[in-house]
Design a protein around this ligand. Structure first.
Ligand SMILES: C[S@@+](CC[C@H](N)C(=O)[O-])C[C@H]1O[C@@H](n2cnc3c(N)ncnc32)[C@H](O)[C@@H]1O
Length: 314
């Protein structure tokens, strides 16, 4: 088993614990999320990245009896699972499958014009990374897919097959921080002329063969991150989602974002800083909060999490 390298490796925000036949999802930094969102009854919240529904459940519990939650996830499977998990809150929960870049439209369709708090818990979930058929993991073999929403758009295999070599190198460098991007892209371009890449194990092994095994992170970590971010256009979605969130938040409303790699965190930090300079946001976390040692010990996947929070100036 390969270790994960903070700060670049994307981690999932939930720890999956199996107890008998029960699967328990532990969301990352839930106490810190709740302390900054401060859910209350008769208020409206958005969980922009529902995932396994752990944070959503905590928000619904804390905002009882009358708090309302709009929950989005780009992955329809996640929405189906969290809808089932949270069925006891059905009257207060609206769960929709969609990109948080379109948050304004989803809110309007749900009859919501203003909210008191919005949470983004970025990246992929344990359910996604632990399912080989989703193609997110270099630790198990599956198709090179990596799409959160499998209903359309190019897969990682498509990107690897079709992207010109120099552009592929740029993707690996820009979205994965891969310093040896040109070499990897050149070797991929050479190999794909003979044989297409179709599986995660094939790509992971190929990149490992080029870079060699050094350190405790898998050599394909950065390549996989870059492809996932590019396939899902994650950074564009994040910028659009943050803008939409600011448009929806009521005065005093709170924005909480957990990111898992430096590219995301930079976008969040700059967004909050720029709007604080304009007097629209108050920064609630001068430095990003990190999970405590206890949380990292019980959920190693939480260790690259960084939480930033801000409030709309009243
Ligand atoms: C880290 S998980 C969230 C875990 C969740 N907070 C919990 O407590 O279980 C991130 C989720 O965000 C979703 N996601 C990623 N990008 C998205 C986007 N642009 N719009 C909506 N959901 C997205 C992924 O499908 C994944 O389920």
């Amino acid at each position: 088993m390969w270790g994960e390298e903070p700060p670049l490796h994307p981690t999932s925000a939930t720890l999956v614990v199996h107890e008998g036949d029960r699967t328990i999802h532990r969301s990352v930094m839930t106490a810190e999320v709740m302390a900054h969102l401060r859910p209350a009854s008769e208020c409206v919240y958005v969980d922009a990245t529902g995932g396994a529904g752990g944070h959503a459940e905590a928000i619904l519990q804390a905002s009882g009896p009358d708090g309302r939650l709009l929950c989005l996830d780009r992955d329809p499977d996640a929405v189906a699972r969290l809808t089932s998990r949270l069925r006891s809150f059905a009257g207060r929960l609206t769960a929709r499958s969609g990109n948080f870049a379109e948050l304004a439209e989803f809110a309007a369709r749900a009859g919501i014009s203003s909210v008191h708090g919005i949470l983004f818990d970025l990246g992929f979930s344990s359910d996604q990374v632990d399912a080989p058929e989703r193609g997110f993991s270099f630790q198990s073999d599956g198709p090179l897919d990596m799409r959160y929403d499998r209903s359309g758009g190019p897969t990682a295999a498509d990107i690897i097959a079709r992207t010109p070599q120099t552009e592929l190198a740029d993707i690996l460098f820009e979205f994965g921080g891969e310093r040896r991007s040109r070499r990897i892209a050149r070797e991929i371009a050479d190999r794909r002329r003979r044989q297409a890449f179709a599986t995660t194990a094939d790509l992971a092994g190929f990149v490992a063969g080029i870079l060699g095994h050094r350190g405790r992170t898998h050599p394909a970590t950065r390549t996989f991150q870059a492809l996932r971010v590019y396939v899902n256009q994650e950074l564009n979605s994040l910028s659009a989602g943050l803008g939409a969130a600011l448009g929806l938040l009521a005065p005093g409303g709170r924005l909480v974002v957990i990111s898992f790699h430096s590219l995301e965190d930079r976008i969040v930090k700059n967004f909050i800083r720029d709007h604080a300079r304009e007097g629209r946001l108050e920064i609630l976390t001068a430095k990003p909060l990190r999970p405590g040692a206890d949380e990292v010990a019980t959920n190693p996947r939480s260790r690259s999490a960084r939480l930033r929070a801000a409030a709309v100036v009243a």
